[in-house]
Design a protein around this ligand. Structure first.
Ligand SMILES: [Ca+2]
Length: 126
């Protein structure tokens, strides 16, 4: 999984195998695991405030599986790579900000980070 950005857009990338299936990025944009959605299968709470499920972005709307759709993003996927472009403003981020990120492939244990891991912190470029 890799991330970059420019002044307006966040770019997400996952590389692997068998990736052309349902997938979900979870973005913990307030860096607080006490807010947002805690996806099943991670030992540590994920606190996902936004979810990109396939091309569609969602804002977490409360407790549990509750999401407000924010629309389709620029998104391409094949079996070995996934790339998405998300406007920073749509997830409440700005250049230089930090957030935490995870990815789940097809509702399985095949995920980043691994089930016992914690979401890595991303620091956006200025
Ligand atoms: Ca959160």
């Amino acid at each position: 999984m890799s991330v970059t950005n420019n002044g307006t857009t966040l770019y997400l990338c996952v590389k692997g195998t068998g990736l052309n299936v349902l997938g979900q990025f979870f973005l913990n944009t307030d860096n607080n695991t006490g807010t947002g959605y805690n996806a099943a299968g991670w030992t540590n709470p994920s606190g996902g405030d936004y979810m990109l499920e396939n091309a569609n972005l969602y804002d977490h709307g409360g407790s549990g599986w509750s999401w407000t759709p924010l629309g389709a993003m620029t998104f391409v996927r094949n079996d070995t790579v996934i790339e998405a472009a998300v406007p920073l403003a749509s997830v409440g981020l700005a250049p230089g900000a930090q957030f935490r990120l995870g990815y789940i492939k097809n509702n399985t244990t095949d995920r980043l980070p691994a089930a016992t891991g914690t979401f890595p912190t991303v620091t956006l470029l200025n």
